[in-house]
Design a protein around this ligand. Structure first.
Ligand code: TMP
Length: 235
């Protein structure tokens, strides 16, 4: 497999084309950003950890019959993924109050929600990723009603599988963000990454943060925490 031209550079990943039209090559970077890129740092070792954690999680999901764009990890910082057309959506699933939900609705962090709450955000840096509802998604022709339903169903299945996976690692899955893509045949596929950058993970006993809130909230060094998550997931 030959790595070819750069297709997309995100805040923490670069995606390249390959000599196979169906496959992209992802490189995880040692970059951390918060506040839509206003806070930005290079953190040695972060790319390796997120690549390994994401790969381990996608492999585990596959064992639970949940497909994703993940093909294989090819080095400590790189993986191959299936080439899909991404929906410009961030799909957030919340099990426990935290982050922008707690802020928006004036709630304390840490309360168990009666059911998993799904939120959509429009992936658009210039607009600062505004929250959107299903009518917005339909009227802007980002996805059809049927596609939205499928995305929600898949997101809830991922939540069920991840809750069990993290519980085994003594971790509470507070909330997380997913992204989805579409194959040429229209199939909707889980994509992007699932890592401590994109999930809120709290230690099941102490509730200490095991995720990017360490960086967002200046709580200390992120690397030992991400190492701990990887160790617990792969023990
Ligand atoms: P929020 O509480 O800030 O809305 O975040 C909800 C979850 O989504 C949290 O686990 C972090 C994740 N997330 C991302 O992965 N990328 C983003 O750009 C944002 C805003 C949140």
């Amino acid at each position: 497999m030959q790595k070819q031209s750069l297709l997309y550079e995100g805040k923490a990943k670069k995606i390249y084309q390959t000599d196979d039209k169906q496959v992209y090559w992802v490189e995880y970077l040692d970059q951390a950003t918060a506040l839509n890129g206003l806070k930005k740092d290079s953190i040695t070792g972060k790319g390796t950890l997120n690549n390994q954690i994401t790969s381990a999680i996608f492999q585990e999901l596959r064992k639970n019959k949940i497909e994703s764009h993940f093909v294989e990890m090819i080095s400590k910082t790189e993986q191959l993924i299936e080439a899909v057309t991404m929906f410009p959506l961030e799909v957030v699933v919340r099990n426990i109050t935290a982050g922008s939900f707690a802020k928006r609705f004036g709630k304390e962090e840490g309360a168990l929600l009666a059911f998993p709450v799904i939120e959509f955000y429009y992936k658009n840096d210039v607009l600062d990723d505004p929250m959107m509802n299903e009518d917005h998604i339909k009227v802007l022709e980002i996805a059809t009603e049927r596609q939205i339903l499928e995305i929600k169903q898949q997101a809830l299945q991922v939540n069920t599988a991840l809750l069990a996976l993290f519980a085994k690692a003594d971790i509470r899955l507070v909330d997380f963000k997913l992204e989805f893509g579409q194959r040429a045949d229209g199939t909707i596929l889980l994509a992007d990454e699932i890592s401590p950058d994109t999930c809120r993970l709290w230690d099941a006993t102490t509730n200490e943060h095991l995720d990017k809130d360490i960086y967002r909230r200046d709580l200390g060094d992120l690397i030992p925490v991400y190492k701990e998550v990887l160790a617990r997931l792969t023990k």
